[in-house]
Write a protein that binds this ligand. Structure first.
Ligand code: TEU
Ligand code: CA
Length: 593
C-alpha cells in the first residue's frame, strides 16, 4: 500500500510513540513528503518478524545418540529467546527414513523417532509460545518417502486405492518421456516398479516419490494433515519445493523455451496456482498463520505466490542471489574468479523493488541447503571472521523483507570443508559425486569446490561450548563438529560484549526499534561501487544509511547527495565507529541521517 505522508500522519505518530522512536522521526517527518510504503496499523506480524531457523538434527542432542532432538531444543529455549527473535522455523521433524534428512516423510502426523515423541513436540511448541516465539513447520508435500504407507500400497498394485496418489507411466506404453531428477545418480526421474509394471515419478531421489496433486483426493489428504498441525497451534508453514507440485501430465518433451532449464519448467505446472488458491481457501484463510513459499523462478513467477489479491501465500524466497557466482552446469562449483559483486547487489535491488510494489519478500544468506554464510559471502580467516560475520548480520537485518537467520550464524560458524567424501552425509553431494565419478570427471576438483558450496557445511552441530563435541551432546555426532568449536562457541561469546553473538542481538533490537528498517523504501547508493554495498532505508522522513564493505581492504563509497555531517552511528562492527564514507575491511555502519 503506497500512501502519502500527510494523510496518515496521525496513526503514524501514534505508532512511533508506541515504539519509542518518535522524537527524531517526527521532527523529520514534518519536513518531508517522501512517499513510502507506510505501515498501516493493520500490517501483519510476519512482516516484522525475525526468523531463526533450527535444523533439529544439529542443534542439541539430549540423549547422547549423536542426533539432535526435540528435548535438546527444549533445553535451549531460553537461549533462543535471548536472541530476541520472533519466530522459529523447524526443518522437518516428521517420521522419516532420513534419505534426505527429513525431507522424505513416511508419516506426516508422527514425530521422527530419533527426534522424540508427539508429547515432546507439544512441550516444545508450548515452550516457544510461553516465550512469545512463533513456530513455523516445514511442509514437504511435493513428494513423500517411498516408505510412506500411501506409496507402499500404491507400488504393490495398480488397483491400490493409493495408486493415483502418485504419478505413473505404464510400461506397456514403452519408455517414459525423459524427466530430469535432482538427487538421482542417473539423473532420471522415472523409476521402474516391477509389481505394477510401471514407472513412478520422482523429481528428487527415488526414495522421494512425487505426490499427484492433480488428484483432488490427494489434495484433501494434504489439507487434512495441515489442519492437524494448525489445530495444534503452530503459526505457519514453510512450503518446501512447492513450485514443483503441479505437473504437466501430457508428459511432453521439455518445451524449447525452457532450453535445459528443468527447474523453471517444473516450477510452471499448469495448475500450481489453482492449488495454492484452493489451499488458501480451504485451509490457510481459516487460521491466523503465515506461509513462506520456496518459490523457484523469476520475479514474475515468484510474485504470483505472494501478490495479496491472488490469495495464495504470504512470503517467498527467491534463489537468484543465493545461487549467484557458480560456474554454469557444474554442481555449484564456485567460479575461481569470484563473483560479480556489482551484479549481485543489483539482483537484491531488483527483487526488493519488485516486492515494494506488491507482496512481501524474504532476506537470507544461508539455510540448510547452503554453506555457511561466513565462508560463502564473508571471510572465515581468523583476521576477518568477526568483522565479516557482523557485517552479514547487519545486511540481513537491515534489508527489506522478512529476515531469515540460520542457527550458528549468530556465532560466526564457518564451513567445515571436508577433505574426504566419506565425511559427507548429504544425498545431494553423494549423488553428484557419483555422477562425476561415473563420467570419469575430476573428483579432486569437485571436492575442492564442495568445500565452499556443499550443504553439509551448513549442517554441522551447533557449537555451544569448548567441551567435547562442542557441547552438542555426549555421543558421536551424526556429522562431525567443526574443530574450531574450541574458540567459536556460544559460551565464549556470551562473556564478550563485543562478540558476534552480542552484535547479532544488538542488530535484532535495532531492527525492532527502527521501523524504517522494516518498512522503509530501499534505495541503492553508489550502485557501481565494487566493494561497498550501500543503501538507504527511508520511512516517514527518517532515513537510515547502511554501508557495508564486503572486501578485505579499505574502500570508499560515494555518498553524494546525502548529508553525513550530522549523521549518527546507530550500530557499527568496529570499536568507536564513526560516521564516514571511508570504510575499513568488512566494516559495517548503520547511520541515521
Ligand atoms: O529444496 C528444494 C530444492 O529444489 C533443492 O534442490 C535445492 O535447490 C537444493 O537443496 C540446493 O542445493 C528443498 C529442501 O530445502 C531441501 O533440503 C530438500 O533436499 C529438497 O527440497 C527436497 O525435499
Ligand atoms: Ca538425540
Amino acid at each position: 500500500m503506497r500512501l502519502v505522508l500527510q494523510s496518515t500522519l496521525l496513526p503514524i505518530l501514534a505508532m512511533a510513540l508506541l515504539l519509542g522512536a518518535c522524537k527524531q522521526a517526527t521532527q523529520k517527518a514534518n519536513q518531508s513528503t517522501v512517499k513510502t510504503t507506510a505501515p498501516a496499523s493493520s500490517e501483519p506480524w510476519w512482516k516484522e518478524a525475525v526468523v531463526y531457523q533450527i535444523y533439529p538434527r544439529s542443534f542439541k542432542d539430549s540423549n547422547g545418540d549423536g542426533v539432535g532432538d526435540l528435548q535438546g531444543i527444549i533445553s535451549k529455549l531460553d537461549y533462543v529467546k535471548s536472541l530476541g527473535i520472533d519466530m522459529v522455523w523447524l526443518n522437518p521433524i516428521y517420521a522419516s527414513p532420513n534419505k534426505d534428512n527429513g525431507y522424505d516423510i513416511s508419516d506426516y502426523q508422527n514425530i521422527m523417532k530419533e527426534f522424540g515423541t508427539m508429547q515432546d513436540f507439544d512441550a516444545l511448541l508450548k515452550g516457544f509460545h510461553d516465550r512469545e516465539i512463533k513456530v513455523f513447520m516445514d511442509l514437504v508435500v511435493n513428494h513423500c518417502s517411498s516408505e510412506h504407507a500411501w506409496f507402499k500400497s500404491a507400488r504393490s498394485s495398480r488397483n491400490s486405492p493409493y495408486y493415483k496418489y502418485f504419478h505413473w507411466w505404464p510400461a506397456e506404453k514403452g519408455k517414459p518421456p525423459y524427466r530430469w531428477s535432482i538427487f538421482d545418480e542417473k539423473g532420471d526421474a522415472w523409476e521402474y516398479n516391477k509389481a505394477t509394471n510401471s514407472y513412478y515419478l520422482h523429481y528428487f531421489a527415488d526414495a522421494q516419490p512425487d505426490l499427484n496433486w492433480e488428484n483432488p483426493q490427494l489434495r484433501q489428504e494434504i489439507y487434512k494433515m495441515m489442519r492437524f498441525w494448525l489445530d495444534k497451534g503452530i503459526d505457519g508453514f514453510r512450503l518446501d519445493a512447492i513450485a514443483f507440485c503441479s505437473k504437466d501430465t501430457t508428459w511432453q518433451p521439455l518445451p524449447a523455451e525452457y532450453n535445459g532449464q528443468w527447474g523453471m519448467y517444473y516450477a510452471s505446472g499448469p495448475h500450481l496456482h489453482d492449488y495454492m488458491q484452493e489451499m488458501n481457501r480451504e485451509v490457510l484463510s481459516k487460521y491466523n498463520v503465515a506461509t513462506v513459499a520456496e518459490a523457484m523462478g523469476d520475479v514474475e513467477r515468484v510474485m504470483k505466490f505472494v501478490a495479496p489479491e491472488r490469495k495464495e501465500l504470504n512470503m517467498a524466497y527467491y534463489f537468484e542471489a543465493i545461487d549467484f557466482g557458480y560456474l554454469p552446469n557444474e554442481y555449484k562449483m564456485p567460479d575461481p574468479k569470484g563473483y560479480d559483486f556489482v551484479a549481485w547487489k543489483k539482483i537484491y535491488a531488483k527483487w526488493t523493488e519488485a516486492f515494494a510494489q506488491k507482496g512481501w519478500g524474504t532476506i537470507y544468506l544461508a539455510n540448510h541447503d547452503q554453506p555457511r554464510m561466513l565462508t560463502r559471502w564473508g571471510n572465515d580467516t581468523p583476521e576477518f571472521r568477526d568483522a565479516s560475520s557482523k557485517l552479514l548480520s547487519t545486511f540481513i537485518l537491515s534489508m527489506r523483507g522478512t529476515a531469515f537467520y540460520y542457527y550458528g550464524d549468530e556465532i560466526g560458524m564457518s564451513n567445515i570443508k571436508f577433505d574426504k567424501v566419506e565425511d559427507y552425509n548429504d544425498i545431494e553431494l553423494l549423488t553428484n559425486y557419483a555422477q562425476v565419478k561415473a563420467k570419469g570427471g575430476d573428483l579432486k576438483r569437485f571436492l575442492e569446490g564442495m568445500k565452499i558450496s556443499s550443504r553439509d557445511n551448513g549442517r554441522t552441530p551447533m557449537q555451544w561450548d569448548d567441551s567435547d563435541n562442542g557441547g552438542f551432546g555426549a555421543g558421536k555426532p551424526w556429522l562431525k563438529v567443526n574443530p574450531n568449536y574450541t574458540s567459536v562457541n556460544v559460551a565464549a561469546q556470551e562473556k564478550d560484549p563485543n562478540s558476534v553473538l552480542n552484535y547479532f542481538r544488538k542488530m535484532v533490537q535495532l531492527r525492532k526499534k527502527e521501523r524504517a528498517l522494516i518498512y522503509g523504501d530501499f534505495k541503492l547508493v553508489d550502485a557501481e561501487n565494487p566493494s561497498i554495498f550501500a543503501y538507504t532505508r527511508s520511512l516517514e522522513g527518517r532515513t537510515i544509511l547502511v554501508l557495508l564493505n564486503f572486501k578485505a581492504v579499505e574502500a570508499k563509497v560515494n555518498t553524494e547527495g546525502l548529508d553525513l555531517s550530522k549523521a549518527k552511528v546507530l550500530l557499527g562492527n568496529y570499536p568507536n565507529s564513526k560516521a564516514t564514507n571511508q570504510l575499513k575491511p568488512y566494516e559495517a555502519l548503520v547511520l541515521s541521517l
